[in-house]
Design a protein around this ligand. Structure first.
Ligand code: FE
Length: 170
């Protein structure tokens, strides 16, 4: 009798199934992979999903203080890789290793403490980030399409090129 324990799955995947994404070391050696977002703030795309309207990226911050105030209409999952940060609306601090779930409906103000040189957090964001003032007045937004546009501009100008971006889009 054939031992099938270590036998790969023998059938084709569904033709509609997307290709996998594998990024062996998400924190890149090549500085150009970081897309500048604001002064002292960068993101690094991992998965930009246009069909379900979410994106997964690393956020890197090398400046202290208030980063942004935003509302989430959809869920967010975060995993802190380096440094730490907190929200003005909560009394906990996310530190390296922490997992955070940000439920839909949450509005919060992200702060990086003065003595933190660098924070890097993996965020999985569905829908949009809606930037607001303290009373909820909308000042801007980001979604997977605006992230793609920012990536395209940056990768075109830094020489990595559009094909580099395409590998993250599903
Ligand atoms: Fe948030």
């Amino acid at each position: 009798m054939t031992d099938t324990g270590r036998m790969p799955y023998q059938l084709p995947f569904p033709p509609e199934a997307a290709n996998e994404i594998v990024i062996p070391s998400p924190i890149p050696e090549d500085e150009r992979v970081w897309v500048p977002q604001a002064d002292g703030v960068w993101f690094r795309p991992l998965c930009l999903n246009t069909r379900q309207g979410y994106w997964v990226n690393l956020l890197r911050v090398r400046r202290a203080g208030v980063l942004s105030r935003h509302r989430h209409p959809g869920p967010v999952h975060g995993h802190v890789l380096r440094g730490r940060w907190h929200y003005l609306e909560h009394d906990w601090v996310a530190t390296a290793g922490s997992y955070v779930f940000e439920p839909p409906g949450e509005t919060h103000t992200l702060v990086v403490p003065e003595d933190c040189q660098e924070m890097i957090t993996l965020f999985h964001i569905t829908g949009a980030m809606i930037y607001v003032d303290p009373w909820g007045k909308v000042t801007g937004y980001e979604d997977v399409f605006s992230k793609i546009e920012m990536c395209r501009k940056h990768y075109d100008s830094c020489g990595l090129g559009g094909a580099f971006l395409d590998q993250f889009i599903r």
